[in-house]
Design a protein around this ligand. Structure first.
Ligand SMILES: CC(C)(COP(=O)(O)OP(=O)(O)OC[C@H]1O[C@@H](n2cnc3c(N)ncnc32)[C@H](O)[C@@H]1OP(=O)(O)O)[C@@H](O)C(=O)NCCC(=O)NCCS
Length: 229
């Protein structure tokens, strides 16, 4: 039996379209269908309400009992990679196991996709790419051959990560940015929308423009972004 899912941070209705596509593909293959039990939310005021007719159970205090029901958990938080890391960490500390939320258009056979990953429709993941624990890749991004995406990193829609690019933990890549081959982006760096990054970026830096330039040096909020470590 497939583990049912519980998702942290209901906000974006696109999640429901991803779930529907996963379930449709499973039905078409004659497989058991993944059940979405409901959601977790940090705001106690949302506890007991619903999102798209599914329950919002509460916060981390609900993780243990949902885990007892066999549920696995994925964080939907993408606006901040610090938030993405901290929510997944909270789930793991409360006894939850991270699952995966992978749109069925994603060919997963040639790459490694770690637990906690949330990958939307049409993401092209080339051979020997590695998607780290709790990372999230939005619609239509290109993850080229041998790319490494760090834990809790976020890649927005339309981004191009060329071959052998390395993203550190907690990296945030804005919409339509392009990272040129073999470039390394340090932990918790932010790449602005539309940037073209031609050389390595230090940890915590915020980079914008084409060619990319450092706008400012940001904080390093955690030593790493792996909620399982
Ligand atoms: C790079 C970014 C994080 C900077 O945010 P910020 O710190 O709030 O920066 P500000 O808006 O104060 O802008 C600071 C300066 O950088 C410039 N700038 C900001 N973002 C830029 C970008 N993407 N490209 C080029 N210049 C940019 C601003 O024009 C401003 O320039 P000025 O000082 O000459 O007026 C943000 O603008 C960005 O691009 N975020 C990505 C959003 C995204 O793609 N989200 C994914 C959605 S799924």
């Amino acid at each position: 039996m497939k583990a049912p899912l519980v998702l942290y941070g209901p906000k974006n209705p696109e999640t429901m379209r991803v779930i529907a596509a996963i379930q449709d593909a499973e039905r078409a293959r004659g497989e058991a269908v993944t059940e979405l039990l409901g959601f977790l939310h940090s705001d106690p005021a949302r506890c007991g309400t619903s999102f798209h007719d599914l329950p919002i159970f509460g916060g981390y205090e609900k993780v243990a009992e949902l885990a007892e029901r066999g549920a696995e958990f994925v964080s939907l938080v993408t606006g901040s990679t610090v938030g993405r890391y901290e929510t997944a960490r909270g789930i793991v500390e409360a006894g939850g196991t991270l699952g995966r939320l992978l749109h069925p258009t994603v060919d997963t056979r040639w790459s490694t996709i770690e637990p906690g990953a949330y990958v939307q429709e049409g993401v092209l993941v080339q051979a020997e790419a590695h998607l780290g624990v709790n990372c999230s890749i939005h619609m239509g991004a290109l993850i080229a051959h041998e790319v490494k995406v760090g834990c809790s990193a976020f890649v927005a829609h339309g981004v191009s990560l060329s071959g052998e690019v390395t993203l550190g933990d907690g990296v945030f890549i804005g919409t339509n940015a392009s990272i040129l081959p073999r470039v390394t982006i340090g932990n918790w760096a932010t790449i602005g929308a539309g940037a073209v990054v031609t050389k390595d970026v230090p940890a915590g830096a915020v980079v914008v423009g084409s060619p990319g330039r450092i706008l400012r040096q940001g904080a390093i909020p955690h030593p790493h972004g792996n909620p399982l470590a």
